[in-house]
Design a protein around this ligand. Structure first.
Ligand code: NAP
Length: 252
């Protein structure tokens, strides 16, 4: 899985799964465009932990359509081109239907969809068109087990990830003739900032017990699946969704 000389844009690479993805691509020889939203110092830490290079930092709020376009343009202008796009950035915010008012409900749906679905769709637009012009590329989107299993406390999150799966599969069909291949990794619980509170709380043991391995995933395990899906020689896997959930939820 060599990415020598390739440019990989990883969104949400300031921490968690995105940081692990950036680290592994750099280990495989890629030059990484490390994207972040608010957390510049954490993104700088990611940058300084990467092998090889030169790598670079890019800021963008992906909920803003204009910012997604500017991000794609900035990476191309500074790093030359984009061979691989990883849409990893995302948010998980609870909005329990029986507890919140209508305006909070709307805000949660709006923010979640803009960040987890519309942002990746807009970034796919700009980057895929760049890839088409360059003769090809690969896109990997980070979804979630919640798209299949349900998210009772965060229905917009589950819906946004189901939308991301569907969009990825449609784009796999639309872009294959252009030599652009699209895959999805759908993790279950992973040890990151997004889950620290849940894993340390009273539900921690039952969450770990969802998998027969009696633990949640490490970010590097999810990163390994992302790097695999971005590698060459597996073009025919385009449109596939890899479940990375420790057999905690099996679908056929
Ligand atoms: P995390 O630790 O909370 O990090 C989230 C990342 O997304 C950060 O880099 C953050 O940037 C970025 N981000 C948040 N809002 C953004 C916005 N509006 N625009 C641009 N970037 C934004 O999350 P994680 O656990 O690593 O999750 C990474 C991906 O895996 C997400 O898509 C998540 O849904 C998915 N996932 C996670 C789990 C899990 O259990 N952790 C399970 C299934 C799927 P800043 O820090 O710079 O603000």
């Amino acid at each position: 899985m060599s990415f020598q000389g390739e440019v990989v844009l990883v969104t949400g690479a300031s921490r968690g799964i995105g940081r692990a993805i950036a680290v592994q691509f750099a280990q495989e020889g890629a030059r990484v465009a490390v994207h972040y939203c608010r957390n510049r110092s954490a993104a700088e830490e990611t940058l300084s932990s990467l092998d090889g290079g030169p790598h670079a930092l890019f800021q963008a709020d992906l909920a803003d359509p204009a910012a997604t376009r500017a991000l794609s343009d900035a990476v191309v202008s500074e790093m030359g081109e984009i061979h691989v796009l990883v849409n990893n950035a995302g948010i998980y915010e609870e909005h329990v239907i029986s507890e919140i008012d209508f305006s909070e409900w709307q805000t949660a749906w709006d923010r979640t969809n803009k960040t987890n679905l519309i942002g990746p769709a807009n970034l796919c637009y700009s980057v895929a068109r760049h890839m088409i012009g360059n003769g090809g590329g690969r896109i990997v989107n980070v979804s979630s087990r919640g798209a299949f299993r349900g998210e009772p406390s965060a229905p917009a999150y589950g819906a946004s990830k189901a939308g991301l799966n569907s969009m990825s599969q449609s784009l796999a069909q639309a872009l294959a003739p252009h030599n652009v291949f699209v895959g999805v990794v759908a993790p279950g619980w992973v040890e990151t900032d997004m889950t620290t509170e849940h894993l340390a709380g009273p539900d921690g043991d039952s969450i770990r017990g969802q998998s027969p391995m009696n633990r949640v995933a490490r970010p590097d395990e999810i990163a390994r699946a992302v790097v695999f899906l971005a590698s060459s020689g597996i073009d025919y896997l385009t449109g596939c969704i890899i479940d990375a959930n420790g057999a905690s939820y099996l679908r056929t």
